[in-house]
Design a protein around this ligand. Structure first.
Ligand SMILES: *[C@@H]1O[C@H](CO)[C@@H](O)[C@H](O)[C@H]1NC(C)=O
Ligand SMILES: *[C@@H]1O[C@H](CO)[C@@H](O)[C@H](O)[C@H]1NC(C)=O
Ligand SMILES: CC(=O)N[C@H]1CO[C@H](CO)[C@@H](O)[C@@H]1O
Length: 257
């Protein structure tokens, strides 16, 4: 189905006047990048969940820890498409290549050395395209993890609720064994009760958890950088080895007229 429509589009387009990447071309290339980024973004979520789990006294499993982080992923998902489209197209790859009505040599396809909104130009400036997509994804993740934002507050509330539930469970857990405990265990039980009653952590723990969560989420952008192997060289040809998808992306881009 999809293949047919691409072929139909190719057949319909007149090669003499190659259009800039517009409409379906923009939508599909944007979707391809957002789609490819689901893997590294999920990897970041997993690292965050693992860290979060080790930070919480209950050490929840990864699925549970991920559920606390769900608002983060939802915020990213909601912003990913429009953010990517804006970062790649209006901001950089826009317009036709023709200068005074004539296409410069090598333009528009398949390797157009002029920055313009054609598939050929996107292929020629692939390292820039790759970097724009990465930078945008990183900015979206960082925005979602911003401690001043509404998303962050939701995650924080989930985490504090989890920590609170755990404290209640622990309290019950300590009372129960004591009531059924043999005499030899009573001493330990009483000690545990005394500790939990005057538990200094009851007041300080939420603040410590808040601080740890803040430090953790501040690392989200850096985690994507590690997952993608961002070496800090921006749009250089060798950068972002793990978030490049160079061969398949170039092929895909050139399926557009
Ligand atoms: C990277 O993303 C930030 C935040 O969206 C933006 O301000 C900046 O211009 C971007 N840099 C590039 C090179 O696109
Ligand atoms: C997150 O976990 C990784 C390994 O699991 C560890 O190296 C890193 O220090 C942790 N980061 C934070 C901010 O807790
Ligand atoms: C790893 C991955 O998701 N690669 C895909 C990136 O996008 C292109 C174009 O849609 C696909 O062909 C790749 O399979």
């Amino acid at each position: 189905m999809r293949r047919n429509s691409v072929l139909a589009l190719l057949a319909l387009s007149v090669p003499a006047t190659v259009s800039a990447c517009e409409g379906e071309c923009i939508v599909k290339i944007t979707n391809a990048y957002v789609g490819n980024y689901t893997t590294p973004v999920d990897a970041v979520m997993r690292i965050l969940a693992e860290n979060l789990s080790s930070m919480l006294p209950s050490h929840p499993d990864i699925t549970t820890a991920t559920s606390y982080l769900q608002p983060l992923l939802s915020a990213y998902d909601a912003a990913a498409y429009i953010g990517m489209e804006t970062a790649v197209f209006p901001r950089f790859f826009h317009g036709k290549c023709a200068v005074h009505g004539a296409d410069p040599p090598g333009c528009p396809n398949p390797d157009c050395p002029v920055v313009c909104g054609t598939p050929g130009s996107m292929v020629h400036f692939f390292p820039t395209l790759r970097y724009l997509a990465y930078n945008e994804t990183r900015a979206r993740i960082e925005a979602a993890a911003d401690p001043e934002g509404a998303t962050y507050k939701l995650v924080e509330q989930n985490v504090l609720n989890a920590a609170n539930d755990h404290r209640h469970t622990m309290r019950l857990g300590r009372i129960m064994p004591r009531s059924t405990a043999s005499k030899s265990k009573t001493k330990t039980g009483s000690k545990a009760m005394a500790t939990s009653k005057g538990y200094p952590g009851f007041r300080t723990a939420p603040q410590a958890i808040k601080d740890n969560l803040k430090a953790l989420l501040a690392q989200a952008g850096a985690m994507l950088s590690e997952v993608c192997e961002d070496d800090g060289s921006g749009d250089s040809a060798s950068n972002l080895a793990r978030c490049s998808w160079e061969t398949s992306m170039k092929e895909y881009i050139l399926t557009f007229p």
